[in-house]
Design a protein around this ligand. Structure first.
Ligand SMILES: [Zn+2]
Ligand SMILES: [Zn+2]
Length: 150
């Protein structure tokens, strides 16, 4: 009986832990990561740098504490897209995975679409909407900022 009770407790702890772990990776599978803890923030970015570097009209990003991010397989190659910004991608398949500001190494921003289950982190607002193409119509209820948020 005691053994059984312990097993149930372990299963419960395990399930609680699993609920807080996010996993993801690039398209080819060479890069795999897990993230623990809650996303600090999440948004859609419509800026030209995101558009060009990712090859899409908008990118959804989620921010995590860098200490909570663990690279299980592979490593992103970084491209410096502006003075302060480094963007990480898979050297093999080209998937864009990360965004990093050189002055804030304590935060790692991950492209939500690389999560195994992007439903786990929903974006909260849009930034740089002034750069979105005219034909892109977004009628969700989220706040929209023409440029940066602050
Ligand atoms: Zn890859
Ligand atoms: Zn952007």
């Amino acid at each position: 009986m005691i053994e059984k009770a312990q097993t149930n407790e372990n299963t419960l702890t395990h399930n609680k832990l699993m609920n807080k772990i996010l996993s993801g990776g690039c398209h080819c599978g060479a890069i795999r990561y897990i993230v623990t803890g809650e996303a600090i923030d999440s948004d859609y970015c419509h800026c030209h740098d995101c558009q060009k570097s990712v090859g899409a009209v908008a990118v959804t990003w989620c921010d995590f504490k860098s200490e909570n991010c663990q690279w299980l397989e592979g490593k992103v190659k970084e491209y410096q897209s502006s003075d302060n910004i480094f963007r990480g991608f898979c050297e093999n398949c080209g998937t864009s995975l990360t965004y990093r500001h050189k002055d804030y190494p304590q935060f790692t921003t991950i492209a939500s679409a690389t999560l195994d289950d992007p439903n786990r982190v929903a974006p909260k607002y849009h930034i740089h909407t002034a750069s979105q193409p005219d034909w892109l119509v977004i009628d969700d209820a989220l706040d929209k900022y023409p440029h940066a948020r602050s």
